[in-house]
Design a protein around this ligand. Sequence first.
Ligand code: MSP
Length: 533
Amino acid sequence: MNLINKTEKTFALTTPLYYVNDVPHVGSAYTTMAADVIARFQRLLGNQVLLITGTDEHGQKIQRSAANLGKEPQEFCDEISQSFFSLWQLLNIKYDRFIRTTDTRHEAIVKEFFDRVWQAGDIYQGQQKGWYCVSCEEFKEERELLEGNRCPIHTNKEVEWRDEQNYFFRLSKYQTQLQELYASQPDFIQPASRRNEVLNFVNQGLQDFSISRVNLDWGFPVPVDPKHTLYVWFDALLGYVTALLDPDAEPTLANALAKWWPMNLHLIGKDILRFHAVYWPAMLMSAGVSLPQQVFGHGFLTKDGQKMGKSLGNTLNPIELVERYGSDAVRYYFLKEIEFGKDGDFNEVRFINVLNADLANDLGNLLNRTLNMVKKYCGGNVPSIAHETIPADNPLKAIGLSLGEKVKNAYEMLAFNQACTEILLLAQACNKFIDEQAPWTLYKQGQQQQLAQVLYAVLESVRLAAYLLSPVIPNISSDIYQQLGFGINFNDQLEVANAAPFSVHATWGVLSDKQQLGTPQPIFKRIELPKNN
Ligand code: MSP
């Protein structure tokens, strides 16, 4: 099964648009890091990529958060959205568009879309009665609630009773069409567990949902009745469309949808699956807009085995983490150690051990010791070996020849942990190969040809590993490439676009004696475990 079905040379994907009720935590960073890895991988494949991220700034939750601090909502949103910008710089996220739902152009898109849905006869007025969780910005079924009328997601928050006139979207009308969509496009919702969740929910029968609020003014007015404010989710999902507008384009749906639509992938956490896999496609069907290709719902991060949350006081501050360990380390841990789609844990000791084992030892030491041997035994030049002359049963060549394809498949399936593990196997095989072949002995015995073959095979394998890991650890990969004499900085989109294609760099046998090796320098410094551990 191929999760990403690419037929054209463009690839557009989104992170959720983050609520600005508070500064980002590591959960928001997790989705964005994964999205950035996908975007970088797609760029390596030579595709034109549009990575969209941004902030969701309307609704009661934001209005209340601003009021609690005695600030105007817009001023508050400006401040908090800035902290998302800064974190994405720190984490080395190369997004293409950052959409804020308070952008003026967004209102025009929302109005036009609303009008289409209105014309389709899918909006009507009714009475909304029910329990509302302001933190989720969602009505909850009575049977979902925990003791004391608490929200199952925000377990320390009580839901609020609402009984008001709202505008409704006729979701029930799209029940059959949605079921047909899930049946005809089995990859539309991934992974399979999330797909089943949605199927169960939809098969129980869909109810219309309210898309306006009264007694709330922080949001867009409902175009046909400005006394009502549009429900934040109706406006937020459309942020993905507004983000597609070129910077100087007129804000019309036609302009927004012209180049990048349909979107290839919406990357989200499991708590907002219904909005993306049920409400959103139904809204698009109503407006006569084609559907995105895929919605992928990843799991939740826990810390030391416990759900991360403000109420438990165990949130992980991504800024501190990056400042202490660097962006590559943080990206690597979350993508290598957690199966994307499943819940995953952060534990600092484990974090340090994984980085030391994989990046400092298996990869970093390997490069360093090999470059030093090349310096000592081969005059500091890439051994002059034609890779075709290395026998097919050379263990590194045997792994290297099929690695590119394997890793490509893993990235395409969003199995980041599998991609990293496969690549690390090559690095581990290199270390074993050096120990077995003992280049220092070959040198003493004057077996120069054999020695040259061993060192070439190892250097080439490190190069391949660095290339294939570059979506995850672009800084380290760039350093390795530079030490191997390649002028590619994986953080520079132009250099990546102009470099030889994936089909060339992802094969084994690319390194040649024309490459001028650089000075050996450690690429990842071993981290000391904190004293109290
Ligand atoms: N504003 C909406 C999304 C609108 S998209 C049109 C929203 N924002 S959010 O800031 O609350 O959440 C954004 C994302 O962060 C969600 O995908 C959510 O799953 C993710 N995470 C929040 N906490 C998380 C963890 N502890 N672990 C992993 N991801 C989690 O929902």
